[in-house]
Design a protein around this ligand. Sequence first.
Ligand code: PGA
Length: 256
Amino acid sequence: MRKIIIAGNWKMYKTIKEGQELVNALKRDLYNIENIDIVICPPYTLLSCLADMLIESNISLGAQDLFWEDEGAFTGEVSARMLKDAGCTFVIIGHSERRQYFGEINESVNKKLKAALACGLIPIVCVGESLKEREGKKTFKVLEDHLTNGLSGINQQEVLQIIIAYEPVWAIGTGNTASSAQAEEAHKYIRDLLAKLYDQETADSIRIQYGGSVKPGNISELIREADVDGALVGGASLDGASFTEIIRKAAEVLKS
Ligand code: PGA
């Protein structure tokens, strides 16, 4: 049984004080959720102080990116070891905004993935097609490209530590969620591909999150799909009430 995992990607939002307020609200409202792994991924500047607040809570901490070297003269970068030291358990890698605005490519995703695994961080690897690619019927090709190259050289033991996030670029921050059928189709493709790259049992153990305009109004439908194992939530994770509602709704589906 794959445990559902819901992560909030705060992107470049929130000061320390705002982040503390949000964490206080989440701790108060989500303390009794047991059947879902809850993660928040704030900006770097908030990590260490929020880590202290999250000790002994059911909420884990993740970062939004990392650099693959351990240390060195790499101005502006942060390593896996530093993220571990700051209290992170998870790290997002290859988010489409990094691919779009900061030159992230499969090769750098792959290096970051290896660095994260070597340090014991759990990578959330993002894959997904643009609108143009979907309209050109290239969705599966893009997923194959992102996955086979992103996971290049990753062995079976390692891939079991990874979480995949399917994030169609056209659904991110646009309010246009993929329908649950579209999400399931892509998730099933990803799982089948993982079975080909590794084996069926391995593929069946890997969690695949959906991301792209997840809201309280669409989480239940998405989570009911067989291959949707959680969500990576952007905008709706910035508000305590809506992130809480998303998690509570998912928890209800699991009980039903
Ligand atoms: P969104 O972002 O929920 O605001 O669409 C999702 C993401 O980018 O991870």
